[in-house]
Write a new protein. Structure first.
Length: 184
């Protein structure tokens, strides 16, 4: 491929950012525009459903977008744009949501804080050949509980009442625990 073709491909790269934090989305969009991407920012699942045409090469999707789930955004993107490479960002990662996001079609699952270099590496590499380090130490009880709650919540498609019943908790107790897990 000639350098002119490479430049043409670089200028045609398109990125959809689905994020409810406008400051973070603006910063990310500016970083990728500087790298030659055409960017678009949407802040809800409904905005993604309404966007026409939904044909982006890459997408960065926050796991929680106000009341919406990033998992639903992944499903919508894969239904309407099967070739889009999707990277999920989250401030509170868990194994359960990472597995579910990957099963739905996400290429990578990154925990915030994250920079544009990490995201771009995930676009290109997809993480398939990378060695994933396995921690030597045991997981804390707090983290184990958080991941289990996230797993059950994901299995219940985000329905807090249903998840609370499965966990044997009152709905308000589960909501308190979820607030406690939210990053500052």
């Amino acid at each position: 491929m000639s350098s002119a073709e490479t430049e043409k491909d670089a200028s045609n790269r398109s990125l959809l950012i689905v994020e409810d934090d406008q400051r973070f989305a603006d910063t990310l969009a500016a970083e990728f525009r500087d790298r030659g991407y055409r960017t678009e920012w949407l802040e809800s699942l409904q905005a993604v459903k309404d966007y026409e045409p939904l044909d982006f090469q890459y997408a960065v999707v926050d796991l929680r977008i106000r009341q919406d789930s990033g998992l639903d955004v992944i499903t919508t993107l894969k239904e309407r744009s099967t070739d889009t490479v999707i990277i999920v960002l989250t401030g509170y990662g868990s194994i359960a949501t990472a597995v579910k996001a990957t099963k739905l079609g996400a290429t990578a699952y990154l925990t915030k804080p994250v920079d544009a270099d990490e995201i771009e590496r995930a676009f290109v590499g997809g993480g398939e050949d990378e060695d994933i380090p396995i921690p030597d130490e045991f997981q804390s009880l707090y983290r184990h509980e958080r991941e289990y709650i996230e797993f059950v919540l994901a299995e219940c498609d985000g329905n807090i009442s249903q998840a609370a019943r499965r966990l044997g908790l009152h709905r308000q107790s589960l909501q308190r625990k979820l607030r406690k897990y939210t990053p500052n």
